[in-house]
Write a protein of this length. Structure first.
Length: 356
């Protein structure tokens, strides 16, 4: 019984130190702590059970050293087989997520090169979503990585999304609303295929497939309605202009959905001041809620309010104002101020497809 209790104490020590595994050093520290508990526990146990005879200390130290070395050996075995365990049991540890957030990952490198506007958008969404996840004690690292990869499907046709259109030309002008809809919605399917091709964990796939849920592609829906009315055609069905889903099934996925919508919409504000940003966040959050997009995730009204507040604070930090300083040469503050001091605020866009 004493050895069993000692074993339970060692396991509890390891579990307590492995609540979040983001780095390999975490496993090493956990192994050292567990080895210390088992080694000292073995010594105490043997002192209570073994008779004080000659050479008893030598036997006790040998058993304690055996416990320590065995624990350290197990930790190195776990380090080696951990990737296989994750694939077999479909587990995504913080260590894998930390590796996936590296900008040098193949998919992220492609996104940077082929769709730089989308990559910048994904970074902003990741920062906003991470703050929102921290506000309700959700998995902020998982949300951050999911946000980095949620729009990777745009790699295939980057020029059809407004954030990648550097000039004034809009490719959707020559397409019908139905064709534009297929291109816009297609980035979700393309993203899932790329994620599977590059072996992304299933938990990340859910962010890609659910970041629009079953929301309406409003811009092209209204364009189709106007076109149908002008040509005296049958009324356009709203269901045909919705994303196929699924809806978010976790709090983290719901956070990403709202952060993605808000970040895109904020870029279109002519003057992103605090009151406008707050009104926009509250409006989009209520809209997603009333549309039933949060029905399949365990998100409470209290948590939704905390998420909104965190998103507002982060967006205010991104779009904060700036004082214009006078210069000796009579130039305005924008001309006198160093370029590094400016805030990157996106100008209003001419088209809406990307935010749809």
């Amino acid at each position: 019984m004493a050895f069993f209790i000692l074993l339970i104490a060692g396991c509890a020590t390891a579990i307590a130190q492995l609540r979040e595994v983001r780095h390999r050093n975490t496993l090493i520290r956990a192994a050292i702590g567990t080895a210390a508990v088992l080694g000292s526990g073995t010594i105490l146990l043997q002192l209570l059970e073994m008779p004080m005879v000659p050479d008893v200390w030598e036997k006790i130290l040998v058993m304690a050293l055996s416990s320590v070395l065995t624990t350290l050996g197990v930790s190195f075995v776990v380090l080696g087989i951990l990737p296989s365990i994750e694939k077999i049991f479909d587990i995504t540890t913080g260590m894998t997520l930390a590796e996936l957030r590296d900008p040098k990952q193949p998919l992220l490198r492609q996104l940077q090169q082929r769709a730089p506007g989308t990559y910048n958008h994904s970074l902003q969404v990741a920062n906003v979503a991470e703050a929102a996840a921290d506000a309700i004690e959700a998995d902020s690292l998982l949300v951050y990585v999911g946000a980095l990869y949620h729009d990777i499907g745009k790699i295939n046709k980057p020029e059809y999304f407004v954030e990648n259109q550097s000039g004034g030309y809009n490719r959707h002008e020559k397409l019908s609303p139905a064709m534009s809809l297929l291109v816009i919605i297609g980035h979700v399917k393309n993203g899932i295929e790329l994620a599977r091709e590059y072996g992304l964990p299933r938990s990340i796939l859910h962010f890609i497939e659910s970041h629009h849920g079953t929301t309406l592609v409003e811009y092209f829906f209204h364009a189709a309605k106007v076109k149908a009315e002008g040509a005296d055609q049958a009324e356009v069905n709203e269901i045909e202009y919705r994303y196929p889903g699924p809806k978010p099934r976790s709090k983290e996925a719901a956070i990403l959905m709202l952060s993605d919508a808000v970040e895109s919409a904020t870029r279109a504000l002519t003057e992103p001041n605090p009151s406008r940003i707050e009104a926009l966040v509250r409006k989009l959050s209520s809209k997603r809620l009333e549309d039933g997009q949060f029905d399949q995730c365990e998100l409470s009204f209290k948590e939704l309010k905390l998420i909104e507040d965190a998103i507002i604070n982060r967006l205010l930090a991104i779009h904060h104002g700036r004082i214009s300083y006078p210069s000796s040469g009579g130039r305005s503050g924008d001309e006198a101020e160093p370029r590094t001091a400016s805030v990157s605020v996106m100008p209003p866009t001419q088209v809406k497809p990307a935010s749809a």
